[in-house]
Design a protein around this ligand. Structure first.
Ligand code: SF4
Ligand code: SF4
Length: 386
């Protein structure tokens, strides 16, 4: 599989037609209901018979951020993945891969999140991105990531099915189709990249570069139960009873955000993505399927999320003094050292309790995402950790 900016997913946009997003109401994680439902959705947005042919290697990329049970709603539910696997099997696809790279060691994540079980029952290959080679993928058309340290599995498969979860994100407000592909960056390169990119602006452009380079053929989102509050790992499960599918992940994200009460202008990478032509404008989306009541997700506790990028650009010197940094709850902290290990800026020390160096911290909140004990809050949060 070669890399080019407009391989499969974005092609719909160039024809001047509206980009289709299919949405269905679903309240249960039942494979016998999900399989025909998703099949119908695919029939509406693409030609699955032409896409899923025998001999193709298809990589499914769920969101497996943490080794926690599906009921916590941090990860794509295994029933969704199983339904898609069954559809692929029915079309005769024999090489089905399920892959991701999580913060906490992907081995354990595959088992706890139900992927190993699916792989064993349907003969799929588990692709632990952290235990395979890294491709330094070049894409000169990209805005910021001219070379991307992504898993070699992406280059070796014929098509990617992106399977995100609808979630609030503590640093970028919303995570779905576009953000899910950050998991294709192998292991600690994810954190290193955060540190090297520095600003929120750069990070947002990097997410779009990554999406454009991989350009998944399909995005199928699990929004039956999403995550609100301090997502993507420490928030609360919330029902939104929806499944979305599209050949364009950005179009799908716009619809998902609308369903959970988030505006395009509040998510920097979505706004930029429209400007860059990675996806359509809101008015150029054709929504098909069910009308589903929207459910307003609780936002993360940090109130500077929305203004970070603006503040960084306009007042870089002043920003240093009021940028959000992590606060550690000493009662909850079990001194495991994970935050120290994953911090891309080496800004945390753990002599006794974790302490952060304000100057060095780049406000990425990878530490908060990685903390199992929910011991980290943001300094701009209304609810302080200490
Ligand atoms: S990851 Fe959480 S529990 Fe572990 S040392 Fe850091 S703050 Fe404490
Ligand atoms: S201390 Fe936390 S927020 Fe600051 S750079 Fe490290 S991981 Fe990111």
């Amino acid at each position: 599989m070669g890399f080019c900016n407009f391989r499969v997913g974005c092609l719909d946009m160039s024809s001047g037609k509206k980009t289709k997003v299919s949405m269905r109401k679903c309240e249960v994680y039942d494979v016998s209901i999900l399989e025909p439902m998703i099949q119908n959705m695919l029939n509406e947005i693409c030609n699955p018979k032409a896409l899923f042919t025998r001999g193709k290697k298809v990589l499914i990329k769920p969101n497996l951020v943490s080794p926690v049970s599906p009921e916590k709603a941090a990860t794509t539910h295994p029933a969704m993945v199983e339904a898609v696997v069954k559809i692929l099997v029915a079309y005769g696809v024999e090489d089905i891969w399920i892959g991701d790279s999580g913060i906490h060691g992907t081995d354990k994540i595959f088992t706890v999140c139900g992927m190993t079980d699916i792989a064993e029952r349907y003969g799929c290959k588990i692709c632990d991105f952290d235990r395979y080679e890294i491709d330094r993928v070049e894409n000169t058309a990209n805005v910021i990531l001219k070379k991307i340290p992504m898993t070699k599995y992406i280059g070796e498969c014929d098509l990617v099915i992106n399977m995100p979860k609808t979630k609030i994100h503590h640093a970028v407000l919303y995570t779905g189709a576009i953000k899910n592909l950050y998991g294709t960056i192998v292991g600690k390169n994810k954190m290193k990249l955060h540190a090297n990119l520095g600003t929120k602006d750069n990070f947002e452009n990097a997410l779009l570069d990554l999406y454009s380079t991989i350009n998944p053929a399909l995005t199928i989102m699990d929004g039956i139960v999403g995550m609100e509050g301090n997502g993507p790992a420490n928030g609360k499960p919330v029902r939104s009873n929806m499944i979305l599918a599209s050949t364009n992940g950005l179009a799908l994200d716009i619809v998902a955000m609308r369903q959970i009460g988030i505006k395009v202008k509040d998510v920097g990478y979505i706004e930029k993505g429209i400007e860059r032509g990675v996806g359509p404008k809101e008015n150029d989306i054709e929504l098909i399927g069910d009308v589903i009541e929207s459910v307003k997700y609780d936002k993360p506790s940090g109130y500077l999320i929305k203004f970070n990028g603006w503040a960084e650009r306009v007042t870089p010197v002043i920003y240093k003094f009021f940028k959000p940094i992590p606060l550690f709850d000493q009662k909850k902290c079990v001194k495991c050292g994970i935050c120290v290990e994953i911090c891309p800026a080496n800004a945390i020390v753990l002599p006794d309790v974790p302490k952060v160096d304000r100057e060095t911290c780049i406000s990425c909140f990878c530490c908060q995402e990685a903390c199992f004990s929910d011991a980290i809050t943001r300094s701009d949060s209304k609810k302080k950790g200490i």
